[in-house]
Design a binder for this molecule. Structure first.
Ligand code: FAD
Length: 322
């Protein structure tokens, strides 16, 4: 069975790795000369399944299932490539609505994922031991290298154009925002900006997820007094990254940890998340007019988390046709 996967972001690369490990002949076509230049390269790497307040519906289960696959993939990918992929075990969550989180704790405990009440740097929250933080680019390259070790072939600078049919038994469109120009999948580009800062006296701070009245944001410790903070959620973005966003992210973090008020910005970056219009994320389905093509795109804010379960579902869809 020959499969051509379009796009080598986290979704396409995870699919390539999984299909190659099932013994399929896999080719990946990537429009750009290298991997990681799309949404994946901008991600913080938060795998927030258990500490997500969403407990009902298809996506809530997909998050938990994907996290479970990562428990096997992360050590395997690290062994296969020697790359350090896992950044943190566990995420400390500071909720806006504590009563909601007491309820969430009950649901998660019944599912076998305890949320432990904890106080960190004077902040009251819950520690979710099962959630993870990964290094997105190391993970991406570990998937690509492992897929290649299993026989997958990557073609850089090879763009699929609308109407072109790759020579394959099955085609998977996993080209993030680029998918909407290839197939009929309306996607909205939702901007997101992050900063990396140097802040003293915060040694030992865990990876932290904060929910405030503007939404939510994350603080990821990188070591050597460096922290990434993000991301903004911009439905009508102008040009990103923007200088005002740096101050905005620092001010938001300083409400909880005043050490961030004086922090020095060392890097600022941004990209656009693929959000399906008029339907929930992600979209994983056969094309209505080509039953040998599958679209796996529109992962919006959770593409890193949902990449393994997407790959597994795509594998099952391909077998269902065989
Ligand atoms: C600031 C920010 C922070 C984020 N943080 C997190 C996080 O902490 N956790 C999380 O789970 N998610 C996070 N996300 C979301 C996550 O990054 C995305 O959901 C995910 O990267 C989408 O992956 P993808 O492979 O679909 O798309 P992409 O990474 O954009 O990859 C698509 C690839 O397809 C290629 N392509 C496009 N068109 C074609 C074509 N015609 N032919 C060939 N190739 C093509 C592109 O060049 C690109 O390389 C974040 C996103 C942003 C912007």
């Amino acid at each position: 069975m020959k499969v051509v996967v379009i796009g080598s972001g986290i979704v396409g690369s995870a699919i390539a790795f999984h299909l190659a490990s099932l013994g399929m002949a896999v080719e990946v076509w990537e429009a750009l000369p290298q991997a990681g230049l799309g949404a994946t390269g901008a991600a913080l790497g938060i795998l927030m399944a258990v500490s997500s307040a969403k407990t009902k519906g298809k996506t809530a289960q997909l998050r938990l299932d994907s996290l479970a696959i990562y428990e096997q993939w992360l050590p395997l990918l690290e062994r296969m490539t020697g790359r350090k992929v896992l950044r943190h075990r566990g995420i400390f969550c500071v909720p806006h609505d504590r009563a909601l989180w007491q309820q969430l704790s009950g649901v998660r405990a019944a599912q076998g994922y305890p949320l432990q009440p904890q106080s960190v740097w004077g902040l009251e929250g819950f520690f979710s031991a099962a959630d993870r933080v990964v290094h997105p680019l190391n993970l991406l390259w570990a998937l690509i290298e492992s897929a290649a070790l299993l026989g997958a072939k990557f073609h850089w600078g090879r763009k699929l154009v609308r109407g072109e049919v790759p020579p394959a038994d099955r085609v998977v469109i996993s080209s993030g925002l680029g998918s909407s120009s290839l197939v009929n999948l309306p996607l909205q580009a939702v901007g997101g900006q992050c900063v990396t800062v140097e802040a003293k006296h915060l040694e030992g701070l865990p990876a932290t997820h904060i929910v405030d009245d503007l939404g939510d944001f994350n603080i990821v410790p990188l070591g050597n007094s460096r922290f990434s903070i993000g991301a903004t959620v911009e439905f009508n973005p102008t040009v990103l990254p923007r200088a005002e966003n740096e101050r905005h992210l620092l001010d938001r973090a300083a409400v909880y940890l005043p050490q961030f008020q004086q922090a020095k910005v060392v890097e600022s970056w941004a990209n656009y998340r693929p959000r399906p219009i008029g339907r929930s994320a992600p979209v994983i389905e056969f094309l209505p007019d080509r039953s040998d093509w599958i679209v796996a795109s529109g992962h919006y804010r959770n593409g890193i988390l949902l990449a393994p379960i997407t790959a597994q579902i795509v594998g099952e869809m391909i077998f269902s046709l065989a």
